[in-house]
Structure formats: structure tokens, C-alpha cells
Write a protein that binds this ligand. Structure first.
Ligand SMILES: [Zn+2]
Ligand SMILES: [Zn+2]
Length: 385
């Protein structure tokens, strides 16, 4: 039986780089992996063949041998005199279990495979009853008024729910077959050699994601994972005092788990809508108002909006521009209530830009009564001289 050329198997040119070789193999391995093609002997052979080719070409020494002597390099007593390599004696000795083992040691810890073989991939959190679904995130925009009072919100979310056709098993017949990669254990070992000696790492099987079994006759409605996308409404009670970046976790409202596994969680991320008047500083809120010269001089009672209705602010006579008044308890509550922050009101005294004739005369009269404003410089003179 003549063996196919390793480069040809992987669809590569003779001068392919290491990255290209890896990529080409990865593509074939995913396509032909026995767990993706249950019972398909042809696919199994292609997987085995591609893995054998990769095991040679990824190793520069073996690749050089192969380039020089071809397959003869690895046949016992062959021209290269190389004998066996990497635990298998080349040629006919490399069977499907060698291929599965090699695949695992090359890619067992590769999250890339985890993602390609199914959604969810590499979750470490394990709960009873199989692999849990993905956690979902939604952003919920709230007004400061809602943060003050607390609010109940209903959100529309897209999530994966148990497939009705197959009851969430993902299988048409309801049966599953044992995962060949891990022999049903759900976990695989990866042996590597380091300067400390042999290191054995155990990880979740990337093919069955720890379930130990795979679906060999996928349900046509859900495609085999036992889940379908739906839109659903979820209500959430928002406690008072939340802030931008806070999140609320709603257990069990995330995606359903594949093959009947438990649901993930729904994470509601709080986003604060910008308020037209108020700025938030922790639990205090802040705003600015404008008053006129005469109001600053004579004082007045100003009606100030707050997050829950209006209050009166007494501006005393002689108020300077940029003065900040503090209205106690008119801010936001601490998270889940209790203590309240304050409302800070900065008063800006507005200088009139246009004066009517009458106003002008009044200002002039006023000016005569005020004396000179140079007094500041008079005082400063003593300082500078
Ligand atoms: Zn497995
Ligand atoms: Zn289904």
C-alpha cells in the first residue's frame, strides 16, 4: 500500500512554515475528528492520516528526515535508519488511538478547540447535572430618579432555551454514545516533559466538554446541543442606590446548558443615564444655578429641583459667586438604602451683558455709593513694595 505524501495530506507546499502546518492540521483535525463524524470510517482514516502527517512535519528533525528520505525514513531498517519515533514506529504503526492521543497532547489545552467543538468551551465551574449554559450579560440604563427610588424593570433578552423537540438532549433518539477522546471519563490527561520531569496535567475533555458522551444522531431542530434561541422577558428588581458599573446577577436566567445541563446566570450591568440637570458624585448630586447681581446682593428664595420634587433654597443677602449650598439628605441613598447623600447647589452670579438705559442709570448711581474698587490694589501695594 503506497502512503500519501504528508504535505499533500495537509494540502501544503514543501516550504510551508510551522504556523501554516499547524493551521492546516487544525482544520483537518476538526473536520475529521471521530467525535464529529461518528461511525464514519473514511473520516477516521483521514483524521489518523492528518495526525500522522502533522506529528512528523511539526518536528523539524523528523521533517528533515522525511524531506530527504520520504516515508522510508521511518520504516524500520529504512534508509534514514530512524527507527520509530515519538512512541510509534512510523508507517503502519500509527493507529487511530495514537492519533487521538497525539491530538490531545497537541491541542488538549487549546481553548481554540474548545470553542470550535461547541459553545461554552472551557468552563471550569461545574454544577450537578451536566455542563451549565453560558452566563448572559445585559446592560440596563437607569435614570437617577430610578436609582433614588428603586425600580422594577422588565427586559427583553435573547437566550438559549431547552429544545422542545428533543427535550434538551440534543439527540433524535435520546441516546448518546461514549466520547472516544476520553473514553467517557470527561477528563483527559496530557503528559509533557519538562526539566522537572514528566508532568501530567488533567483537564476537561475538549471534545465532550466533560460530559463523557456525545450525540451521534443530532436533533434536526436544535442541531444537537439541545438548545434553541428564543426571546424572553425577564423582570428584575433594582435596589435603591445602585451606580454605574454595579451588576445584579440573576441565577438561572442565562443560556440553558447543552444537552439538558443547568442554566447559566443573567448578569444585569447597570448603566446610568446622563441627567439633564444633575451630576452624580458618589451619593451626592450636584447642580449649578444662576442668579443676578441684585439677587446675590439682596438675597432671595430660589426654587430648586431635586430628584423627588422641588425644595426652596434660601440664598442669603451678600452671596458671592461660586458659593456652594448643601441641601442635606437630598442626594442619593447608599446602596440598598439607609443614609442619604446631599444635593450641592453652586450659585453663579451672572453679570448682565446688556443694560437698558434705566438699568445703566441705576448701576451708575449704585457705583457712586460704592466707592472705589481699587482698595484691593491699595492693600496689595504694601505687599509688593
Ligand atoms: Zn470526552
Ligand atoms: Zn433538539
Amino acid at each position: 500500500m503506497s502512503k500519501r505524501d504528508y504535505y499533500e495530506i495537509l494540502g501544503l507546499q514543501k516550504n510551508a512554515g510551522d504556523d501554516e502546518i499547524k493551521k492546516a492540521y487544525r482544520k483537518q483535525a476538526i473536520k475529521f475528528h471521530p467525535d464529529k463524524n461518528p461511525g464514519d470510517k473514511e473520516a477516521e482514516e483521514k483524521f489518523r492520516e492528518a495526525t500522522e502527517a502533522y506529528e512528523i512535519l511539526k518536528d523539524s528533525k523528523k521533517r528533515a528526515q522525511y524531506d530527504q528520505f520520504g516515508h522510508a525514513a521511518f520504516e524500520s531498517g529504512g534508509a534514514g535508519g530512524f527507527g520509530g519515533f515519538g512512541g510509534f514506529s512510523g508507517g503502519a504503526g500509527f493507529d487511530i488511538s495514537d492519533a487521538l492521543r497525539a491530538f490531545m497532547s497537541d491541542f488538549g489545552g487549546d481553548s481554540f478547540f474548545g470553542d470550535l467543538f461547541g459553545s461554552g468551551g472551557r468552563r471550569t465551574r461545574r454544577r450537578a447535572g451536566g455542563r451549565p449554559g453560558n452566563d448572559l450579560q445585559v446592560r440596563l440604563t437607569l435614570k437617577l430618579e430610578e436609582i433614588l427610588s428603586g425600580v422594577s424593570k422588565t427586559m427583553k433578552i435573547k437566550r438559549k432555551e431547552k429544545c422542545e423537540t428533543c427535550g434538551g438532549t440534543g439527540s433524535r433518539s435520546g441516546k448518546k454514545s461514549t466520547c472516544q477522546q476520553c473514553n467517557g471519563a470527561g477528563r483527559v490527561q496530557r503528559v509533557s516533559n519538562s526539566f522537572l520531569g514528566q508532568v501530567i496535567q488533567e483537564s476537561v475533555c475538549p471534545i465532550c466538554h466533560g460530559e463523557g458522551a456525545i450525540v451521534s444522531d443530532p436533533c434536526s431542530t436544535c442541531g444537537g446541543d439541545g438548545l434553541n434561541s428564543t426571546q424572553t422577558k425577564v423582570s428584575v428588581d433594582i435596589p435603591v442606590g445602585v451606580a454605574e458599573g454595579n451588576y445584579i446577577s440573576i441565577p438561572g436566567k442565562g443560556d440553558g446548558g447543552p444537552h439538558g445541563g443547568p442554566n447559566g446566570d443573567l448578569i444585569v450591568l447597570i448603566h446610568e443615564e446622563k441627567h439633564p440637570i444633575f451630576e452624580r458624585h458618589g451619593i451626592d448630586i450636584y447642580c449649578e444655578i444662576e442668579i443676578t447681581f441684585s439677587e446675590a446682593a439682596l438675597g432671595k428664595t430660589e426654587t430648586i429641583p431635586t430628584l423627588d420634587g422641588k425644595v426652596n433654597l434660601k440664598i442669603p443677602p451678600g452671596t458671592q459667586s461660586e458659593k456652594i449650598f448643601r441641601l442635606r439628605g437630598k442626594g442619593l441613598p447608599v446602596l440598598r438604602g439607609g443614609q442619604f447623600g446631599d444635593l450641592l447647589v453652586k450659585v453663579h452670579v451672572k453679570t448682565p451683558e446688556k443694560l437698558s438705559r434705566e438699568q445703566r442709570e441705576l448701576f451708575e448711581k449704585l457705583a457712586e455709593t460704592e466707592g472705589s474698587s481699587t482698595s484691593f490694589f491699595e492693600k496689595a501695594k504694601g505687599f509688593f513694595s
